[in-house]
Design a protein around this ligand. Sequence first.
Ligand code: ADP
Ligand code: MG
Length: 319
Amino acid sequence: RRRLDSRSGPPAGLLADVQTPVSPEPLEAVYEVTGELGRGKFAVVKRCVEKTTGKVFAAKFLRKRRRGRDCRAEVLHEMAVLEAARNSPRVVNLHAAHETDHDVVLILEYAAGGEIFDLCVSEELLPEAQITRLIRQTLEGVHHLHQTNLVHLDLKPQNILLTSVSPPGDIKIVDFGLARRLGAAGELREIVGTPEYVAPEVLNYEPITTAADLWSVGVIAYMLVTGESPFAGDDRQETYLNVSQVNVDYSRESFSRVSELSVDFIRKLLQKAPEDRPNAAECLGHPWLWNQHPEPAAATVPVRPARERSCGAKWAAPP
Ligand code: ADP
Ligand code: MG
């Protein structure tokens, strides 16, 4: 989970308008903090229980100092983005915030089902009808962010969580540390994210638009369908090359278990030129997401390579 962030000062265009009060009260006075749920480079996420209500939350501990630099502005930015997106049920809700000597702690809605990453690397992949439901929900969240002029820029299977795991519940988008607001400060160029999941224009330090997130949705769909990461190489350089050449394998056997429309959907998102990708609303009209996908009787499904199929330039509006 390395980031390509080589800046030394705070990035431009951070949101600073935070409504949620940052409480100086010790966390332990309000919550019982239990096990670890996950961790990244600058954050640890722990499960916690609100003492007065017994409600479970996820506490994200964000270090205020990183590489010897004061990063409180970045932390407040993450809060501000969560607040700006809070009207979407597909975005994790921010319940409260606390501050300790070293950290700002975001108290987040708890997503008990864990990362959809686990569904991508599991022996048993999800049935197509479940995959399309999760992709629809992800697109609903992304559509809402984009309507609010926000780009997430770090969409990947580790940042899409589930409310429950079995049966798979609803998705919650998390991790808004790299999210940015578009428009106000002119052109956005940043080298951020995880090479495996980011769009070519991000890797190449070209102007970033909301289309960058749609690329990542394409990568996530590919991974849920095939169980493999489409651009992952043996090393970072190979991954870079795979992304910038859009070197994707659509012929693999794994596509045989799903309808050909899945390939059509993914192909439309994994296009090098951002302007060639459909936007979130257009994606939501793609027939793959709305067709009935009956659960195949495993033994009777013939294994054959997926064939490309195009459903034309214009898609029906979502029902
Ligand atoms: P980072 O910026 O370090 O990647 P994230 O916000 O992505 O931090 O959190 C890291 C991991 O912690 C997630 O990938 C997930 O596994 C877990 N996590 C984060 N938020 C929640 C939550 N609200 N509920 C349950 N688990 C969470
Ligand atoms: Mg993360």
